[in-house]
Design a protein around this ligand. Sequence first.
Ligand code: FAD
Length: 420
Amino acid sequence: MWINWGGNQSNHSRACSPESLDELRQVIASEKTPRIVGSGHSFTPLVADATRVISLDLLPTASLQASSENLAWLDANKRLKELSPALAVHNLAFRNLGDINVQTLAGAVSTATHGTGAELPCLSAELQNVKMMLASGEVINSQDDPTGDLIAAARVSLGALGVLLEAQVKLVPKYYLRRRVEMGALQETLARMHELWESHRNFEFFYIPWSQKTIRLRHDLVDEPKGKAPADLDNLAVYGLRAARILGHLHPSLRRQALALLSMLQTEEDYADEGWKVLCSQRDVRFVEMEYHVPTKVARDVLMEVIKRTEANHPDVYFPIEVRKTAGDTSWLSPFQGGSRVSVAIHTAARQNFADYFRDIEPIFREANARPHWGKMHSLKFADLEALYPDYNRFCSLREKLDPTGKFLSGYLQRLLVAG
Ligand SMILES: Cc1cc2nc3c(=O)[nH]c(=O)nc-3n(C[C@H](O)[C@H](O)[C@H](O)COP(=O)(O)OP(=O)(O)OC[C@H]3O[C@@H](n4cnc5c(N)ncnc54)[C@H](O)[C@@H]3O)c2cc1C
């Protein structure tokens, strides 16, 4: 049985790990709806809704081929946490990364995984070319497509076009980041957020519900490592927030007092290290998440409404609300297609009832014409998505051409990609 990281999706078929491309070809041919899994860190049923879940962990590794111009062909099924140190050996690095790096490169790009930074696009935008196995078993290379359509679609594909084997990725020279973490009042952070995005390479913040306080994270380029990373207390902090929520059941003022105490205990960080080590951390406390990418102009209003509704209607929620910004790109299914967006993410603990909370908050995002993160909970279907993406139908037509029998088109993907 297969279960995703968040524990909200599962599949009861026997998992399958082909050890060669021929074996992979055979499994795809013999299964009605095979779905490829990366590290299982998506919350949506992109993988679960399959007759067979296929892991590519045992496929022979494609070797890293770095060329000039900061380009390299990478094994798409390797984890980002393995690729980053391997790239550093070649003095190269991913331009940006998200909160964690346990995802496979293929899994991360397939859902447009992003970090934060006004000038930094999501990881998918860095893909220059891909090698992919189609449902027919044929392996194709987007370099052979003179129209450029294949790569525009394959950068963010939800695993609906074929199996990503290798990706040619645009990289940057290895870099060091200075990380500064500090507490700040919500109103001040809201007033300054766009200025902070403009003045720092990476900026993001977390709002702690019921505290009126934010934790602000700034990252800037420096020449060398400096100081030491403090012990990672993020997981402990979540337990503190949960304890404050329990006190809130006794009396709301106790929650506010506990949160005030916790914010005094929050240590301010200031150190520098290699980019990937600074940007990514370990997440041990399991949660379920909804994240929408909001047009920049309305981001502040949307966020204020999300906070207001969370605090009015959902006293059991204690996970911080995360706010990031990502630069625009041109991939057909990228939520950042056409311009930068501010991402607002809400969470509940894995065992909590996330459905009521997400159902209550989602209309705020919908009204703002925000686009959902493909790997995080949302309720949108074909008609909703078609209205949000100018190239949606181009993607769907190309998908039909590459996979005419709908081999990779699970029931869930049909709801997203087929009119009806
Ligand atoms: C703790 C946690 C932190 C996170 N932090 C961030 C963050 O900072 N930023 C962000 O944007 N997202 C974040 N996410 C979401 C996560 O990055 C995405 O859901 C991502 O897709 C997960 O990658 P994965 O390797 O687990 O892929 P999976 O979830 O296993 O698969 C995702 C999709 O990729 C497809 N796929 C996988 N491999 C292949 C392949 N070889 N060929 C074709 N299709 C393939 C799958 O079929 C599926 O459609 C986070 C999730 C968690 C649980």
